[in-house]
Design a protein around this ligand. Sequence first.
Ligand code: BEZ
Length: 239
Amino acid sequence: MENEINQGNIIPMPRIGDKAPSFKAVTTQGEINFPEDYKDSWVILFSHPADFTPVCTSEFMTFASQEEKFNQAGCKLVGLSIDGLYSHIAWLRTIKEKIEYKGMKDVEVKFPLIEDITMEVANKYGMVQPGESSTKAVRAVFFIDPKGVIRAIIYYPLSLGRNFDELYRALIAMQVADKFSIATPADWHPGDDVIVPTAGSCGVAKERMDNQTDINCYDWFFCTKKISKEDIEKGLSSK
Ligand code: BEZ
């Protein structure tokens, strides 16, 4: 997959498993050196199409209201749009001073919002998708782990506001997968059964199916086990 930019240059789109492309940028919280400044932490780098637009405003108010929850889960937030710093500052001030939406008011956005008027960062991350818009970033979400590796990418079109429960669910699911060496099934939430790795041989699979104690096998390739919410909390709070 490639990402075409202005002068006919082609740059590869970052993919799951790639190191997060590095950049330095000016933000509403000062300069950042990405992803170095976020070493040892998860980070969600997300783009929005434009300041002073309604869907983006609803998203920023939601992200800011949930920032503490993401931080508690060891994840920092960084936003970006193809707007300048003064536009960002004016928009965030308007949100704080004037907008009351769905019970959220006086909302202060404390995480950095990158100014990217040159589109340098947006292009590096494949956030400008010309079929949708060549002047605005789509709603991209990059989940980057503490080693600076891209672990998940979600793109939404301009008209579609993101589901923040899903962003949080995906973050926790990846952390649980790492910690417990398991995978998570469709619609998994903490406390639901998780998927244990497929047995490496028929013998192991048969033994597993014959001795189903804590493991439940639907067939040789599909086994689950329980991990309680408490064990997940304990596991994620220990390094
Ligand atoms: C919005 O955030 O409302 C929006 C931004 C760009 C295009 C369409 C909608």
